[in-house]
Design a protein around this ligand. Structure first.
Ligand SMILES: Cc1ncc(COP(=O)(O)O)c(C=O)c1O
Length: 404
């Protein structure tokens, strides 16, 4: 019998955040104590969703809302998302749809817009789902860089230089995974100008928009211009601590005439895949219109964990760290000549600390980083960081990885 050959479109798909787990599982088998700082799942640590979201979901199951939902989502949930978008200042809303996590909304929107050989400007470093989808769709990747010397803001000149006749869209991840940066209004306005000039759709991934430190504020790019074409992605996974519910959404805003065919293409795909999880959609109004006090507690915890992280990686010789403003990730630089995936693999084998190599998110060639998830409580972070500090000292010496 001949081997089954998978489709070539899967050849280049990688997802570093979970790929590292293969090695971690091997190391764990040896009995080593493991410290996982690789997956952005708040529920693994001391975070939980508001109880009223669980109650309403459970009750919707008891009421036997266990069948398919409408393809775009249930009405009360769509109404709550619309109200929330209006609270954020988004005008000219043309369509809203609920999906299996923001992930599905992102996949459906890119699939509906971009042909093979066309390209989408993708933030680098950025969330690897976007590059995985680009591989699947056989689009050409068009990475633009976030500027580490400017608090990881998107590099506008770099974006300008990379727009070509095959460019269909620009993605922003705001707040960003893996750097935690929050786009300034000035940067957003410049992106809008470019999008309008080149007729690009802006995909704005705002899945972390309520996880901001020290009372920082978030601006939705769609709120700054009612004519530009934007799809804003959001969801319950991070802000409301239910990534396992798999509930996300997309909000299309801008000029109706310009967007109508694209919206119809999105809806064809939405119908073809039937619906998102039904009972969990009842948690959307409960979340968005309900008590928000869990966010105060979460942001307080995350602020002190962020501070500990930034302090640590600015103290360890050979590492430096830009202060994240939101989400729960930091992206310290390793000032060395060795590849970061080697550092991360050796760290894991030697200490049991699991982080993700910067190469898994994309980065300026020649620079090395790693992503750390600072969701765990301080005592776990302190333990992990002291192991990283001891390891880094030995590593830099052993591999003569000249500290730049
Ligand atoms: C930037 C970003 N977008 C989207 C997602 C996926 O979100 P969801 O759980 O809603 O599919 C993640 C998950 O880590 C993320 O970091």
């Amino acid at each position: 019998m001949k081997k089954i050959i998978p489709a070539r479109r899967t050849d280049n798909i990688t997802y570093a955040i979970r790929d590292i787990v293969v090695l971690a599982n091997e190391v764990a088998k040896s009995g080593k104590e493991m410290l996982y700082l690789n997956i952005g799942d708040p529920n693994l640590f001391d975070f939980a969703p508001p109880k009223h979201m669980i109650e309403v979901t459970y009750n919707s199951m008891l009421k036997n809302y266990n069948g398919y939902a409408p393809s775009s989502g249930i009405k009360p949930a769509l109404a709550s998302i619309e109200k929330e978008a209006e609270r954020k200042g988004i005008k000219n809303i043309q369509d809203i749809f609920i999906t299996s996590g923001a992930s599905e909304a992102i996949d459906i929107c890119l699939t509906s817009l971009v042909n093979e050989g066309e390209n989408v400007l993708t933030p680098t470093p950025g969330y690897p789902l976007y590059t995985a989808i680009a591989s699947k769709l056989r689009n050409h990747e068009n990475p633009y860089y976030l500027d580490e010397n400017n608090g990881w803001q998107p590099g506008i000149e770099d974006i300008k230089s990379k727009i070509n006749e095959k460019t269909k869209a620009i993605i922003i991840i705001n707040p960003n995974n893996p750097t935690g940066s929050n786009c300034s209004v000035e940067t957003l306005k410049q992106i809008i100008e470019l999008a309008k000039e080149h007729n690009l759709v802006i995909f704005s991934d705002e899945i972390y928009d309520k996880l901001l430190f020290e009372g920082g504020t978030h601006t939705s790019i769609a709120s700054l211009d009612s004519e530009v074409s934007v799809v804003t992605f959001g969801g319950l996974s991070k802000n409301y601590m239910v990534p396992g519910f798999r509930i996300g959404w997309g909000i299309v805003s801008g000029d109706k005439n310009i967007l109508s065919d694209f919206i119809e293409a999105i809806n064809k795909l939405l119908r073809a895949r039937l619906s998102a999880n039904h009972p969990e959609q009842y948690a959307i109004p409960a979340a968005l219109d309900g008590d928000q006090s869990h966010l105060v507690v979460a942001n307080k915890k995350l602020t002190s964990r962020r501070d500990l992280t930034v302090k640590t990686f600015n103290e360890i010789p050979g590492t430096s760290c830009i202060k994240p403003e939101g989400a729960f990730y930091a992206f310290p630089q390793l000032h060395m000549n060795q590849p970061d995936n080697h550092f991360v693999a050796e760290l894991l084998k030697e200490t049991g600390v699991v982080v993700v190599p910067g190469s898994g998110f994309g980065q300026v060639p020649g620079t090395q980083h790693f992503r750390v998830v600072f969701l765990p409580p301080e005592e776990i972070l302190e333990k992990a960081y002291s192991k990283i500090a001891d390891f880094a000292e030995k590593y830099f010496e052993k591999f003569e990885a000249a500290v730049k």
